[in-house]
Design a protein around this ligand. Structure first.
Ligand SMILES: Cc1cc2nc3c(=O)[nH]c(=O)nc-3n(C[C@H](O)[C@H](O)[C@H](O)COP(=O)(O)O)c2cc1C
Length: 186
């Protein structure tokens, strides 16, 4: 009991929503967090396919669907891209045609697909984290390994995998700006 009161106070303090019944319908969006600590263990094949379908279900400008998803299950390659990858982690690299800098509309579309993949993984009970830090290295050195067609560049990747129990948005997510500071009503 004391424990749950403590969690409630912590949640209110860092701005992570404690959800009412109506808000709970959007729980997978309101209560995500970027996993830091992954543990070894597989992602079920059917779950992986659902995660990828969620990515491909993203909206895109003029419905162009410019994304390509490379699913990296090879642990040797995954570790070259994200050094602390643990066994069973899957990296989903989202790429699109263009230089990755000036093809703004495709980048925005890929960002939406990235978010869908990131959220779907968590909705299915896995941990996930978005990375753009490794993109320069990926586009310099690993495009062939990832099977990217000529003219494509990686935009982001989502790492998904098993996470320890007992971690959630309340205990793990960073504080967000107060909602009043990022919303203007007119
Ligand atoms: C576009 C984007 C790029 C990111 N790149 C990295 C990255 O390269 N490395 C990393 O460890 N985390 C990366 N992150 C994760 C963010 O640091 C994380 O989402 C943010 O700190 C909020 O975390 P929280 O939801 O757990 O509070 C990235 C997130 C986004 C949305």
């Amino acid at each position: 009991m004391k424990h749950s009161v403590g969690i409630l106070i912590l949640a209110l303090f860092i701005g992570i929503p404690v959800l009412g019944a109506q808000e709970a319908k959007a729980a997978s969006i309101l209560n995500h967090y970027a996993a830091r600590n992954f543990i070894a263990g597989p992602i079920n094949r059917a779950d992986l396919e659902t995660i990828l379908r969620a990515g491909a279900r993203a909206p895109s400008a003029n419905n162009r669907q410019p994304w390509l998803f490379t699913v990296v299950q090879n642990q040797e390659l995954a570790k070259k891209i994200v050094g602390d990858t643990v066994d069973g982690n899957v990296l989903i690299v989202i790429s699109a045609e263009g230089d990755g800098k000036t093809n703004g509309r495709a980048i925005l579309d890929c960002a939406l697909a990235t978010e869908n993949i990131y959220l779907a993984a968590q909705a299915l009970g896995y941990g996930s984290r978005i990375y753009t830090g490794p993109m320069d290295a990926v586009n310099r050195s690993f495009k062939a390994d990832l099977g990217l067609p000529a003219g494509y560049n990686a935009v982001a990747l989502v790492r998904a995998g098993r996470v320890p129990g007992g971690v959630d948005a309340v205990s793990a997510a960073s504080a967000r700006k107060p909602i009043d500071s990022v919303v203007i009503y007119k």
